[in-house]
Ligand binder design. Structure first.
Ligand SMILES: [Zn+2]
Length: 485
């Protein structure tokens, strides 16, 4: 069934930047898990007369984020007061940015069913996070530890047209922010949150209809984004057809998402921008961002996962799939590159090991390569032993299992377990003679053109050699011998 409307989606991504202290005071910004109201001072409690001092590191991280998201950094910027009353905002206003944000006009690329697509970023501005409210039966508790934590808000253009694209965008932004080391953006801790604006557009009686949108607040998992977009777009469509309030409403509504009930619920009808009565923050000076600072921050951005993926495909000849698997985990990608060096090249053989055995064992062990006894040198040795013919591919897997357990050098395991592959030509030739003498029918069949008979002969030779003979050498000697009368 095709969807009777077009989906139009824009996303605001909130990121708590990885600073040690808060945006405008010296309190620790590491609020998650701390005892309630233990990280507070007059500034972040909003007490009268307390003055904000901007956090230089937060500003640098905010600009770096913009640069990593392909934004332009305007030369002049400032903070503004966004005025509203809410229990989690003791000052009665939030210090944010209105018309002169730190970053404008960026983009990220996402993968869609129809190929790569650019989602434009309208702006990315810096503000302070609010306190945390915990609701109980008939009461609410407020924890001010989070109040004043530096928060970057990244606002996309409404460029996404499906739940899949919305999720791909959310993942792409997070990949850039985490990859550039600006925030760990732990979604389950609220250190990364998404507000998703959903609207539907369709033709009705020859007229294009585009009813007001819904803003779904504070989604903190990709699954929640996917489910909430699907639910809310269907709800808007149904509401329109049943002659509901959406036909008369002019502004957008704000809704929450209940992951337990798999549905949205109304929070409020949205204030207009003018309701916030923005004005320049009088306690802070304006900022001039020098081209030198921008250049310095830009040069400090590490290689991002998307760039690393492209380099793996280009320089190592890996498939896009393998490159994705490796780059999905920074430690794994580092391990891979160190293994290639240790193996003296062989990027594809190393990739087979890392995306195969290494990943399989690591997943069974909690998922972190750093917590295992395995070292890049081990993979390097295994690849070299197989390449030189000293170890068969099958035996190499047994050696790997032992290395994984004990952390021993592969060469030592090969020796102690007697797993070395035999490439001794005289020994193999002798076994070939014995196999031919024992299987005259197979030899005759092969000479008569039945190539499958060769398999039986190879098997017989291998059995005589205790399974350790180099199959390439067996095949070669056998083929040479069969050409003789
Ligand atoms: Zn404080």
């Amino acid at each position: 069934m095709t969807q009777p409307y077009e989906l139009v989606i824009g996303i605001e991504t909130h990121v708590e930047l990885a600073t040690r202290s808060k945006m405008f005071c010296a309190c620790s910004a590491k609020w998650f898990g701390a005892p309630a109201n233990s990280l507070v001072c007059p500034v972040c409690l909003g007490l009268p007369g307390a003055l904000p001092v901007p956090n230089r590191r937060a500003i640098e991280l905010a600009i770096t984020a913009g640069l990593a998201l392909n934004c332009t950094v305007p030369a002049h910027t400032k903070f503004d007061r966004k005025n509203y009353m809410y229990p989690d905002l003791p000052k009665g206003y939030q210090i944010s940015q209105y018309d002169l944000p730190f970053n404008v006009n960026g983009w990220v690329e996402i993968e869609t069913g129809g190929g790569p697509k650019r989602v434009r970023i309208h702006r990315a501005h810096l503000e302070e996070d609010t306190a945390n409210t915990k609701h109980g039966e008939g009461y609410a508790l407020i924890d001010f530890n989070r109040s004043g934590v530096p928060l970057l808000e990244i606002v996309s253009e409404p460029d996404m047209s499906s739940a899949d694209e919305a999720v791909a965008y959310a993942m792409a932004v997070r990949e850039v922010i985490v990859g550039a080391g600006l925030s760990e953006m732990r979604l389950e801790e609220g250190a990364g949150r998404y507000d998703v604006n959903v609207s539907i557009r369709f033709m009705e009686d020859g007229t294009q209809r585009w009813p007001p949108q819904s803003e779904i607040k504070n989604l903190n998992s990709y699954q929640a984004i996917r489910e909430a977009v699907a639910y809310e777009s269907e709800r808007l469509w149904r509401d329109w057809h049943e002659g509901g309030e959406i036909r008369t409403r002019t502004g957008k509504v704000t809704v929450g998402w209940s992951p337990e009930r798999h549905r949205t619920f109304l929070q409020r009808t949205k204030e207009d921008v003018s309701d916030y009565r923005y004005f320049p923050e009088p306690d802070l000076v304006r900022f001039e961002i020098s081209p030198e600072l921008v250049a310095k921050l830009k040069s400090g951005i590490p290689e991002l996962p998307s760039q690393r993926r492209a380099r793996f495909v280009r320089d190592y000849g890996l498939s896009d799939y393998d490159a994705r698997v490796l780059v999905s985990d920074r430690a794994l990608a580092d391990f891979y590159e160190e293994s290639v060096t240790a193996a003296g090249g062989e990027p594809k053989a190393v990739a087979n090991w890392v995306t195969g055995e290494v990943l399989r064992y690591t997943k069974g062990n909690g998922g972190s390569i750093a917590k295992t006894k395995l070292r890049p040198q081990h993979i390097g040795s295994l690849v070299r032993l197989v390449k030189s013919g000293e170890l068969s591919t099958t035996a190499a897997k047994d050696v790997f299992a032992e290395v994984w357990q004990s952390g021993q050098e592969p060469a030592a395991v090969v020796k102690s377990k007697g797993l070395a592959q035999v490439s001794d030509e005289a020994a193999i030739a002798a076994a070939v003679e014995a196999a031919l003498a024992e299987n005259p029918k197979a030899a005759a069949d092969y000479r008569a053109g039945n190539t499958r008979a060769l398999g039986a002969l190879v098997g017989s030779v291998m059995k005589r050699m205790g399974g350790k003979a180099n199959p390439a050498v067996i095949n070669r000697i056998l083929a040479e011998r069969m050409r003789q009368p």
